[in-house]
Design a protein around this ligand. Structure first.
Ligand code: BGC
Length: 434
């Protein structure tokens, strides 16, 4: 039987982010924002959105396309004014259903246009906002060029192309010319816009889900000198204390050397980190693992598995035992093994939440170094919403670092933030005549 203790002690040391490290990361994050704004080399992309805060008085019925890392959602949303909105109908399909290794950009957008067409009110013009959750360089509110795929997605022939145009052409090809894509935005921007509807002091929007990223309201955008929401693409931040496992995961990923923070914190990667660590923790199991056995299969574990581990509060971790048996085909686990797995899941989740809190701190200090006015952080995503203890860990880390200034800062879950934000962006675009 393996002795876990030395490895567990080492992992605990390497995966724990101290308060002091949070401070250091926040300082380098603020510096990276300031470098990015002044066109110095920076891991942060500082992408303009051509959007500022909504008034809350936006009204009308809009279609929203939410093209994220996991699902493609189409929503028909009514904005009711006074910061109110209602989702009238929606559809949701796993992104994987749209992708095969040979899917072309045109085929992908034909399928998306068909899904939009099923929800579009027939015979009337309907404006659409498109949340496209990948790094894109915007040239206006309705023109965005894909810079790079992230989250291990890789449809060929899309990099460098205007995503809104691809959608518009597909809508015409599929005979839905009455649907007019008016705005394109990142999901973090959408979450920020929706956050403002609920808490007008919102100036940071973030996704903690399959992917990770943050946008904020820059008071003096380099493009216009006016307030504008900038997409940091903070998943690419890289001044971080990486471990041996982070390095292995990066090397074997689709985009080595990129998205360092995202690979340490987001749902797409946490299960894989757990798997890599578990293979070292259970060498005797690995020696016997057959091909196809989940522990021997990259990306077989997901953040849902981590949630399952952390949700087991039975005295001898019976649920984890069942999970090992059913999901990993590993019967007869020992309590020691189950405890170790749960401990690692907890360490990975705490590290993720604390690293992200450090980046929020860095962003807040850029916006308002003295924290002299109220700020709200709007967050959407499955990790923040569903993983036990995640939201609380972010809040505690942030509040500890802010000390007395903590009373100025609130952190809020904004469900469906990116979809509703797409409708808000479409309303803004229509009003501005874009
Ligand atoms: C993308 C971001 C996106 C984030 C959350 C990242 O992989 O690069 O653009 O905001 O995922 O979906």
């Amino acid at each position: 039987m393996t002795t876990f203790s030395p490895l567990l002690t080492r992992l605990t040391n390497h995966l724990t982010i101290s308060d002091q490290q949070i401070e250091q990361i926040a300082v380098s994050f603020t510096q990276a924002i300031e470098d990015g704004l002044t066109e110095k080399s920076s891991p942060l992309k500082m992408l303009p959105s051509y959007l500022a805060k909504p008034t809350g008085q936006e009204t009308g019925i809009y279609l929203a396309l939410d093209f994220g890392g996991t699902n493609v959602r189409v929503l028909l949303i009514e904005l009711l004014g006074q910061g109110q909105s209602a989702i009238r109908v929606h559809s949701c399909q796993p992104l994987q259903d749209y992708l095969s290794p040979h899917t072309s950009a045109e085929a992908l957008f034909n399928a998306i246009a068909a899904a939009i067409g099923r929800l579009a009110p027939p015979g009337v013009v309907c404006y659409l906002g498109h949340t496209f959750s990948f790094p894109s360089r915007q040239q206006s509110i309705n023109h965005a060029v894909l810079l790079d795929w992230t989250k291990e997605i890789k449809t060929a022939g899309m990099k460098g192309r205007n995503v809104n145009q691809l959608l518009q052409e597909a809508l015409i090809r599929c005979r839905f010319p009455n649907v007019i894509p008016k705005a394109i935005l990142n999901d973090t921007t959408g979450t920020l816009l929706t956050g403002v509807f609920q808490h007008p002091s919102t100036d940071i929007g973030s996704i903690c889900g399959t992917g990770h990223n943050t946008a904020y309201l820059e008071p003096h955008s380099p493009l216009t000198g006016q307030p504008m929401i900038l997409n940091l693409e903070s998943g690419n931040f890289d001044q971080l204390p990486v471990t041996y496992y982070d390095i292995i995961l990066d090397k074997t990923s689709d985009n080595p050397g990129r998205q360092c923070l995202e690979k340490m914190v987001s749902g797409r990667y946490l299960g894989e980190l757990l798997r890599l660590i578990a293979t070292d923790l259970f060498p005797e199991i690995m020696a016997r693992a057959k091909p196809g056995q989940p522990l021997a299969t990259p990306y077989a574990l997901t953040s849902e598995d981590i949630t399952r581990l952390l949700s087991d509060h039975t005295p001898v971790l019976d649920n984890i035992s069942n999970w090992l048996n059913d999901r990993l085909q590993l019967p007869n686990s020992s309590l020691k093994q189950r405890t170790a797995l749960k401990q690692i899941a907890g360490l990975l989740i705490a590290r993720s939440a604390r690293l992200i809190a450090a980046t929020y701190l860095g962003t807040l200090r850029h916006i308002d170094p003295e924290c002299s006015s109220p700020h709200a952080i709007a967050i959407d995503g499955s990790l923040y919403e569903k993983v036990p203890g995640y939201a609380q860990t972010i809040r505690v880390a942030l509040m500890a670092a802010l000390g007395e200034q903590a009373e100025q800062v609130t952190v809020n879950l904004v469900k469906d933030g990116s979809g509703i934000g797409a409708a808000i962006a479409a309303a803004i675009a229509v009003k501005s005549g874009a």
